[in-house]
Design a protein around this ligand. Sequence first.
Ligand SMILES: Cc1ncc(COP(=O)(O)O)c(C=O)c1O
Length: 377
Amino acid sequence: MNRDTICVHGNKKPIPDKSGAVAVPIYQTATFAHPAVGKSTGYDYTRSGNPTRDALESAVASLEGGADALAFASGMAAVTTLMELFAPNDHIIASDDLYGGTRRLFDAVSVKNGLQFTYVGGADELSDALTEHTRAVFIETPTNPMMNVVDIAQCAAFSRAHGLLLIVDNTFLTPYFQQPIALGADIVLHSGTKYLGGHNDTLAGLLVTKTTELAEKLRFIQKTTGAVLAPFDAFLVLRGIKTLALRVTRQQETAVKVAEWLQSQRKVARVYYPGLPEHPQYELSRRQASGFGGMLSFTVDSRETAERVLEAVQLIQYAESLGGVESLITYPMLQTHADVPEAERLRLGIDDKLLRLSVGIEDADDLIADLAQAFGG
Ligand SMILES: Cc1ncc(COP(=O)(O)O)c(C=O)c1O
């Protein structure tokens, strides 16, 4: 089935409801009655499984081309659960440009549990970071917020050769534009809060696995630690996915227009968008993904301009998060990446002149007009 169709229909996993409901019902129940002693309907307790969550999980597994998927209360709940696959002294090689919250989890919580991390700039640096304790490679592509594109197939070949799990955060491009499992990833991660949900109205996280064995391990950890997605939120993300194809296609079209307009602005020093032919990994991006997405970052000429833009935008909102129908602008230095050590932040380019824009589905000219008035001529 084509991805556009899967978005609308999920993978048509049968739900227990016999009413013919077109939308998957919200099974707002904590527990399920047993038909007889030792017998189960297949559902026992919502922490272990719920039909609304199941429908979402099977839709996302189909979209990503994975064997199975698990839905969590947030993207960070998904990463936290994922870290429980590892034991003290295990070592993980991660991209140095990651969502700040993931980096904070690794550096402030996972290290306390005995995990070790080495951060690298890209696939070429993996072998230098390898140790006898390395168990996984964790990447985001494009990276947040610098929009660097990491070669998934190269990371997969390295991971396979050394018996490591390759974990890819696919939040920015979504399975509509990029399918890491087909390129060799073992686990795909999503903040479902972003494009999958798509309406800035719920938090969610997803893990998609290449094999059922991995899913079983994670499901055991998930039901034990408990950070599952509630039925109502599962319904919201399922509803969001129905329009994923339309939204991301439109967001990308507008992002190209906005990126090109920004490039022509006197107060803009640099635009980071993989869909611009000047982007250093433009060709790689075209090779490994079928789209460039709706996220872009740019540096302006001064901190004053950055602050002015953030305070003067009217249609675009100065708010954290991304991927929703409303355009949002973020100051990574003070928001998403505030906890990354300053020297590291500056080395990556996350300084007081960097702004990140999540392009929504508004009219492109209206967005450009809003930015133009915010720059103040
Ligand atoms: C790329 C990426 N991964 C993971 C997360 C964490 O997701 P959540 O905010 O749903 O916990 C975010 C949040 O911004 C993100 O941008």
